[in-house]
Design a protein around this ligand. Structure first.
Ligand SMILES: Cc1ncc(COP(=O)(O)O)c(C=O)c1O
Length: 388
């Protein structure tokens, strides 16, 4: 075996020893793990819309959007989406990862401080890394800590030679919690930093018509002070794609400098057509949103009553904390055997091993009850469950 392959084998052996080995398994069982929060990936009306588009031609976009891969439907969707979230302009890109990564690389550089919540998504952290900016981690949701770091930056760089950028998720994908946005906006007004907010997991679920957590927590005036908002079509829209909402000037800048936008094939033309239909559906799904929040409340209550340790989640993403990687894997495996698709999430994705239970609007009360009964049974079987 060559040196390269020996090195790779050692890495894989070490991952396996730490119980961190991952595989691409095909799904089965009731969905307690996807990000299809409103069930649109399997929605009958979406399917009908998809079928009505089968004579859409060409299949692939054939080039980047700056060459021959741009379609009217993409521009139309961007305008509709920007209007939906009261933004000036929107840019559709391949996915949410590319949106964060490319955006941050485009607006940050070595003469910037980027302040990031410690638990921000990999796409944000990698964007900061590739930009060459100085990364400043603040403790998860700790805006007091952020303020201390901002003060320190002002002391070190009183002439503001370094641009300041703050990035946060609006709903943390692995913890289900959110920052205090009114407080964050107060800091923005006081310190004048550029603010980027990733609404990936909140779009479609929170706020009037599913506009996101910013619409739940802030005034329209304050929302418009946010320089960049990132959304994905890969979660509540049941599709794939990423959207950056900003000023027209910001969009023009990204179109001219954002490398994964410029140097990659545009999304399939059908995506923007389906996204327009999905947006129409999502806006009207108030009863589904209500149902999802009811299920969330009931599951959280039931888990706590049964002595399981969950994080301080405020949302439909409910992390059930476990003692070890091995225990998380064992719970996950057993739940799968019982027909319940819950996945173990382990380091390095999260600092502490857990089951990430994510609820969606298609689930029923019976599904929730089955999940809790299964967890109680597994705890008995293994003898050392997740006790609070
Ligand atoms: C907070 C956050 N932002 C962005 C992304 C990436 O979005 P996408 O799956 O569309 O690439 C994810 C993916 O899970 C995420 O959790």
């Amino acid at each position: 075996m060559s040196h390269h392959w020996e090195e790779i084998k050692e890495k894989i052996d070490s991952i396996k020893e730490k119980q961190l080995f991952r595989e691409t398994k095909t799904y089965q069982g009731i969905d307690f793990c996807s990000n299809d929060y409103m069930g649109l990936a399997t929605n009958a009306r979406m399917l009908e819309c998809y079928r009505s588009l089968t004579d859409l031609y060409p299949f692939g976009s054939t080039a980047s959007r700056l060459v021959r891969g741009n379609y009217d439907s993409m521009n139309m969707f961007e305008t509709e989406f920007a209007n939906f979230v009261n933004g000036e302009a929107a840019l559709l890109v391949a996915n949410g990862f590319v949106a964060n990564f490319g955006l941050i690389d485009s607006i940050a550089a070595s003469n910037c401080y980027v302040f990031t919540d410690r638990l921000n998504h990999a796409s944000i952290l990698d964007g900061i890394r590739i930009s060459g900016a100085k990364k400043k981690y603040y403790n998860h949701l700790d805006l007091q800590h952020l303020q201390t770091l901002l003060d320190k930056a002002n002391a070190e760089d009183p002439d503001q030679k370094y641009k300041r950028i703050v990035v946060t998720e609006s709903l943390f994908s692995m913890d289900g919690d959110s920052p205090n946005f009114p407080k964050l906006l107060t800091l923005k007004k006081q310190y004048g930093f550029v603010l980027v907010v990733d609404e990936a997991h909140a779009l479609g679920v929170y706020g009037n018509e599913g506009k996101g957590i910013l619409f739940r927590d802030l005034s329209l005036e304050d929302i418009q002070l946010i320089d960049y908002r990132v959304y994905t079509l890969g979660k509540s829209f049941g599709l794939e794609g990423g959207i950056i909402v900003t000023k027209q000037l910001g969009r023009d800048h990204l179109v001219n400098v954002m490398r994964p936008f410029i140097f990659s094939t545009a999304p399939l033309p059908i995506i923007s057509k389906l996204a327009m239909f999905a947006l129409k559906l999502l806006r009207s799904m108030e009863s589904e949103r209500f149902h999802l929040l009811e299920l969330t409340r009931e599951l959280k209550q039931s888990l706590v009553t049964n002595g399981f340790a969950i994080t301080n989640t405020e949302s439909h993403i409910i992390p059930l904390l476990l003692h070890s990687e091995a225990e998380a894997m064992a719970y996950g495996k057993r739940l799968q055997e019982m027909g319940l698709d819950v996945r173990a999430i382990r380091p390095p994705t999260v600092p502490t091993p857990r089951l990430r239970i994510s609820l969606n609007a298609k689930l029923t009360r019976e599904d929730i009850n089955s999940l809790v009964s299964a967890l109680v049974q597994i705890r008995k079987e293994y003898g050392s469950g997740s006790f609070s």
